[in-house]
Design a binder for this molecule. Structure first.
Ligand code: PMV
Length: 311
């Protein structure tokens, strides 16, 4: 029987991109969509990673783990170095419910689940704080200058207020609410969008900083509303956040279209989520509007729509 580990996906409710510059952001785990890693000891002496859901990657690693730029080998070598262990003879198989490059945290979830599996395969249970640091370093390969929000929400599997270099705060939710997640079907590289925002920032620091400051006050107010159960007001802030993300050039015509469709069909708020330019958008809906708004998003071209409850 293979042993198993897993990690959830995530969505960012508010504050993406600005979070890279020290503004707080809110993220929640998607516990129903997961990356799973099954592992099995081998007699052959080989070390194998089979990752067909991730662009058909079948990797048979050499024992020196010399490819530091491959996220899979990097997390394996980090865990083994931490425990001062050699490469075990194990076959790891990665399966994923998460589309890649879509803002749902696929990269961090793969690193988290694989890191746990490697530790388990050598008889260790890796502490979250250690794993979080390792996954953050792998995120740098994907993203260049990640804020650390993805690895944190995924490793701890907790709804959080995240602010760079500050202790993680759990998000206090007064009244559970529902968010629809709709995929544009367009993949987009986060590091590209993050890089473009950096160029904007360097070219016009004052203007971009004032957008970040507006996002800051939206996030702080939204956290207060979530804590008080003021969900309608939260919806308005999500849309305001989307408008500011447009100014940062990280939206796209399809994201904008899905956001407008969700609002015109009765969502309380909507915005892109994550790196943007493609990937997923989210819409805050009352329970009796889940089907109406969800169907409208599908008809408007979303390739996958599901809902998640935030408690
Ligand atoms: O991984 P994504 O696409 O959800 O984006 C992460 C959020 C950003 O704020 C855009 C980048 C970061 O490192 O925080």
């Amino acid at each position: 029987m293979p042993e198993k580990t897993s990690a959830p996906g995530k969505i960012i409710l508010l504050g993406e991109h600005a979070v890279v510059y020290g503004i707080p952001a809110v993220a929640v785990p998607l516990s129903t969509l997961r990356v799973t890693v099954s592992w099995q000891k081998l007699e052959s002496g080989d070390f194998q990673i089979i990752a067909r859901d991730l662009k058909n990657q079948d990797i048979t690693l050499t024992p020196n783990l010399d490819n530091e730029q491959n996220p899979l080998t990097r997390i394996v070598s980090s865990v083994l170095a931490y425990y001062n262990q050699k490469l075990p003879s194990v076959r790891f198989e990665i399966t994923s419910d998460l589309p890649i490059a879509s803002g749902l945290g696929s990269g961090a979830a793969v690193s988290t689940a694989l890191g746990r599996a490697v530790a388990n395969s050598i008889g260790e249970d890796i502490p979250n704080a250690i794993l979080n640091e390792m996954v953050y370093n792998v995120e740098k390969i994907h993203h260049g200058t990640p804020s650390g929000i993805d690895n944190t929400v995924i490793v701890y599997e907790q709804s959080i207020k995240y602010k760079k270099d500050e202790p993680i705060e759990s998000l206090r939710v007064h009244t559970p609410f529902t968010v629809l997640v709709a995929d544009t079907g367009v993949t987009a590289l986060t590091h590209q969008a993050v890089g473009d925002v950096r160029k904007l920032y360097q070219a016009n620091q004052q203007r971009i900083q004032s957008i970040f400051n507006e996002i800051d006050s939206i996030v702080v107010t939204a956290i207060d509303y979530i804590g008080r159960g003021q969900i309608k007001e939260l919806g308005k802030l999500m849309y305001q956040n989307h408008k500011l993300l447009q100014k940062l050039t990280v939206s796209s015509p399809k994201l904008d279209h899905l956001v407008e469709v969700a609002l015109s069909e009765g969502a309380l708020g909507a915005k892109l989520s994550g790196g943007g330019r493609g990937g997923n958008m989210i819409a805050l809906v009352e329970e009796d509007m889940i089907d109406t708004v969800g169907n409208a998003l599908s008809s408007a071209g979303a390739t996958r729509v599901f809902h998640t409850d935030i408690k």
